[in-house]
Write a protein that binds this ligand. Structure first.
Ligand SMILES: O=C(O)c1ccccc1N[C@@H]1O[C@H](COP(=O)(O)O)[C@@H](O)[C@H]1O
Length: 203
């Protein structure tokens, strides 16, 4: 079964719903310019509602180390997701499991980034959209991802209607969805979250 992360949650109710419908991980956006950004206080409350065996991921975009440390001091995050131009040195500075995001538009040689970010838990592939860091709802041209000994996670424009095709083509370790399960930016649609996971289970 492909692992699922639902990202960009902003409400305690969304956390409970994501866990109920079977998400393996939830993502909280600590990037102030995102419509899905959460404050540290909001994140703490949401994480308190997280049931066991569901991982929490904190998403950052070119944050400075002090900001990441400040979040980590107050929020018990399991994994960091670096969605900007962070260097390998920066990503490993916190001594926490992390995912590095690569923005791609189609078939890309992943060996170099895998070497550079050799201690990452995995690489997450999102669609390259000029002027946007992520959460764009845009997909890239999927291709069969190679076996390179590191989990590869597919993101970018995923939704219930295309998730089966995406997984059949790319065969990723996991998928990450945000805008495809929303009614408006930052407001998750619980029915769409359930449908997304049901389609994956139907594969
Ligand atoms: O969600 C955001 O607002 C966001 C902002 C900045 C960087 C990344 C962001 N979200 C991540 O982008 C991908 C794709 O999202 P979508 O499913 O196409 O909406 C995903 O990893 C989100 O977590």
């Amino acid at each position: 079964m492909v692992r699922v992360k639902i990202c960009g949650l902003t409400q305690v109710d969304d956390i409970r719903a994501a866990a109920r419908v079977g998400a393996d991980a939830i993502g909280l956006v600590f990037y102030e310019k995102s419509p899905r950004a959460v404050s540290i206080d909001q994140a703490r409350k949401m994480l308190q509602a997280l049931p066991p065996f569901v991982s929490s991921v904190g998403l950052f975009v070119n944050a400075d180390s002090a900001r990441v440390e400040q979040v980590l001091e107050r929020c018990p995050l399991d994994i960091l997701q670096f969605h900007g131009d962070e260097t390998p040195e920066f990503c490993r500075r916190f001594g926490r499991p992390y995912l590095k995001v690569l923005r791609v538009s189609g078939e890309t040689d992943l060996r170099r980034p895998l070497d550079d970010y050799g201690d990452a838990q995995g690489l997450l592939l999102d669609c390259a959209v000029p002027g946007q860091w992520g959460g764009s709802g845009q997909r890239f041209a999927w291709w069969r991802l190679p076996e390179l000994g590191k989990p590869l996670i597919l993101a970018g424009g995923l939704q219930a209607d295309n998730i089966q095709e995406a997984v059949r083509i790319a065969q990723p370790y996991g998928v990450d969805v945000s805008s495809g399960v929303e009614r408006s930016p930052g407001s998750k649609d619980h029915g769409k979250m359930a449908e997304f996971i049901a389609r994956l289970q139907g594969l």
